[in-house]
Design a protein around this ligand. Structure first.
Ligand code: PGA
Length: 253
């Protein structure tokens, strides 16, 4: 049995004060939630405030990116140790927006994944096809390249600390969701790839989140699928009530 994991990806939204208020609102309802892993991923500037707000609760904090080097002359970058210092336990890596706008590649995702694990952070590694790729029947080849590239060189023990997020790019922020069946097909395919990279028991232990316009109205159905182990929530995570409802759907799934 894989424990469901719901993470809020706040993207470039919320100042420290706004983030603290949102975290407090989530904490009021979910402070003692133990059936589902709940993670809030604010912008770097709000991490400290959010960590303080949720301290003493079951809610964890994650970042949205990091650099792979431990320290040094990398102006503007943030290391895994810096995130650990602010009590982060997770980090989102290879989000499609980072791939599209900031030159993220499978190679950089792989370096970051190794660095995150070495520092004790759990990486949430994002993969997903564009609409063009889906229409050209390239889902399997695109996802295979992303998984094999992004997760190259991990041991089975390391795989157990990795979370995958399948986020079809055409469903992110568009209101279009993959149908539960479409998502389940890709999740099962991803689990097959993980088994090839490690072994079946390890692949069966890895949690695979769905992301892309997940909201209270569609969460329960998506989360009822056998290989959908949680959600990476963008827009709906900016509203405490919507996020809480998605977590409750996961707890009931
Ligand atoms: P969305 O974003 O829920 O707003 O579609 C998901 C994501 O990009 O992680």
């Amino acid at each position: 049995m894989r424990k469901k994991i719901i993470a809020g990806n706040w993207k470039m939204n919320k100042t420290a004060g706004e983030g603290e208020a949102l975290a407090n609102a989530v904490k009021r309802e979910l402070s003692a939630e133990t059936k589902v892993d709940v993670v809030l991923c604010p912008a770097f500037t709000a991490i400290s405030a959010v960590s303080q707000a949720v301290s003493g609760s079951q809610i964890a904090v994650g970042a949205q990116n990091m650099h792979w080097e431990a320290d040094g002359a990398y102006t503007g970058e943030i290391s895994a140790a810096m995130l650990r210092d602010l009590y982060c336990r997770y980090v989102i890596l290879g989000h499609s927006e980072r791939r599209q706008y900031f030159g993220e590649t499978d190679e950089s995702v792989n370096k970051k994944t190794h660095a995150a694990l070495a520092a004790g952070l759990k990486p949430i590694v994002c993969v997903g096809e564009t609409l063009e790729e889906r229409e050209a029947d390239q889902i399997e080849s695109v996802i295979t390249t992303q998984i094999n590239g992004g997760l190259a060189g991990l041991t089975s023990a390391q795989f157990k600390n990795v979370i995958i997020a399948y986020e079809p790019v055409w469903a992110i922020g568009t209101g279009k969701t993959a149908t539960p069946e479409q998502a389940q097909d890709v999740h099962a395919m991803i689990r097959g790839l993980l088994a090839k990279l490690s072994d079946k028991p390890t692949a069966d232990s890895v949690r695979i989140q769905y992301g892309g316009s997940m909201k209270p109205g569609n969460a329960a159905e998506l989360l009822s699928k056998p290989d959908i182990d949680g959600g990476l929530i963008g827009g709906a995570a900016l509203d405490a009530q919507s996020f809480i409802e998605i977590v409750k759907a996961a707890a009931d799934a």
